[in-house]
Ligand binder design. Structure first.
Ligand code: SDX
Length: 392
């Protein structure tokens, strides 16, 4: 058992909920999943083990891990009729629009037999969602680029399966590079959960009404899509491309300081220090770029110089603005071969375990009630109706 935190964030009165899953100390730049630091999980664990930890509260034994991984692997297929769902989208539809629709549509295939008040059935939904998200995400990508779907295989790891479903083509064999698979797995681990962020709060609020988990996760995906949230990884890379070369950085920084635009991938609602995930993401970017022989990627040089300039500028220092998880992820994902339109899809794929773990935690609480935030009313005081003929 972990020592109970004698921790008073000073906002217990306005806290949205109690949760034992993830702890963030924004001032110290600390992120723990069930007590384990994200840096240790990213370097010593893997995504499937982190999924088990988030769902069950403890790291699995070897036997538990093997059973869990096999169960996930054996649920990666989609109903054959489900593939026709993708055909309804325009080819140029943003993959996130497909994700919102497709995950919501899972309700039509797996919801009617689901009792969300039965913990066993809740866990089956969690397994199905974690297992099927890579298959749906890869199909969204393949549909977007007009290539045939690639089915999952049971002899591959979670990350290997996903990379193969995205990048394999019938015309030739595709062998997943183990270093790419390790980088993909680490990126999934870094994005797995993050306390009560906007999309997790969306999933909790939707789930509090008793809505089925597939619909709740679709709501979370919709919220994550916003550029202030999960959409920032796509915006951050587009920003680096727009800057182009390090000599353009001073002009860009002046534009940020005059509030023309934000430095995407910087700042955070909670972290007023370096996002610990950004540290690991920056190391991964280094490794991936070296792996593919792109260690001098000009955008990575721009990003590192932009970070150096911003972190030494009073404007960012006094506002406690540091790189967040999205600042370096785009460079890494782009180097792995993903288009910017897939960046938030990968974020949603990884965050599904955090969303569903928080959904399960909420439903396991017997005192749980429907969420109902109140408001401060700022509208007119009571007044009588005026017929249209008398409105002048
Ligand atoms: C994620 O909540 C989570 O946990 C989210 C997430 C997760 O894992 O789920 O961590 C994922 O969403 C990370 C954040 C990704 N978003 C971006 O990178 C977009 C760029 N960042 C900003 O939009 C912004 O930093 C937010 C939205 C993330 C936070 O905005 P806040 O709460 O308004 O930030 P703040 O109150 O700390 O701002 C203080 C000042 C303000 O200026 P002043 O009015 O005081 O002059 O800093 C400014 C802000 O305008 N500011 C920025 C800035 N972020 C804040 N100025 C320039 N560039 C930025 N990125």
């Amino acid at each position: 058992a972990t020592d109970a935190f004698t921790f008073d964030p000073g906002f217990t009165s306005t806290a949205a909920c109690e949760s034992a899953i993830t702890y963030i100390d924004g001032d110290a730049g600390v992120l723990l999943h069930r007590g384990y630091p994200i840096g240790q999980l990213a370097s010593q664990s893997n995504f499937i083990e982190t999924c088990y930890l988030l769902l069950h509260g403890e790291l699995p034994t070897a036997a538990q891990y093997a059973e869990f991984e096999t169960t996930i692997t054996r649920h990666t297929m989609l109903h054959a009729q489900f593939d026709r769902f993708f055909e309804g989208f325009r080819r140029d539809a943003h993959p996130m629009s497909i994700m919102v629709g497709a995950v919501g549509a899972l309700s039509a295939f797996y919801h009617d037999s689901l009792d969300i008040h039965d913990p066993v059935q809740r866990n089956i939904s969690a397994i199905r969602l974690i297992a099927k998200m890579p298959t749906i995400a890869a199909r969204a990508y393949k549909y977007h680029i007009g290539q045939p779907f690639v089915s999952p295989r049971n002899d591959l790891s979670y990350a290997e399966n996903f990379l193969r479903m995205c990048f394999a083509v019938p015309a030739e064999d595709y062998v997943v590079d183990p270093k790419m698979a390790k980088a993909m797995d680490r990126i999934f681990t870094l994005h797995a959960d993050h306390e009560q962020n906007a999309s997790t709060s969306t999933v909790r609020l939707a789930g509090s009404s008793g809505a089925n988990p597939f619909a709740c996760i679709a709501a979370g995906i919709a919220c994550l899509w916003g550029p202030s949230h999960g959409g920032a990884n796509e915006e951050a890379l587009l920003m680096l491309k727009e800057i182009g070369t390090p000599d353009k950085i001073p002009e860009f920084i002046e534009g940020v300081k005059s509030k023309k635009y934000k430095l995407m991938g910087f700042g955070h609602r909670v972290y007023k220090n370096y996002d610990p995930r950004a540290t690991v993401m920056k190391e991964s970017a280094d490794e991936i770029l070296e792996l593919i022989g792109a260690d001098n990627d000009p955008l990575f040089q721009v990003a590192k110089e932009l970070e150096r300039v911003a972190l030494s500028d009073e404007y960012f220092i006094e506002r406690k603005l540091f790189p967040n998880v999205d600042f370096y992820s785009g460079i890494t994902l782009s180097a792995m071969g993903f288009p910017t339109s897939m960046f938030t899809v990968l974020f949603a794929l990884a965050r599904t375990v955090g969303w569903i773990a928080q959904w399960e935690e909420m439903l396991a609480d017997p005192a749980q009630k429907i969420g109902r935030p109140r408001q401060l009313y700022t509208g007119p005081t009571e007044r009588d109706f005026v017929p249209i003929s008398a409105r002048g």
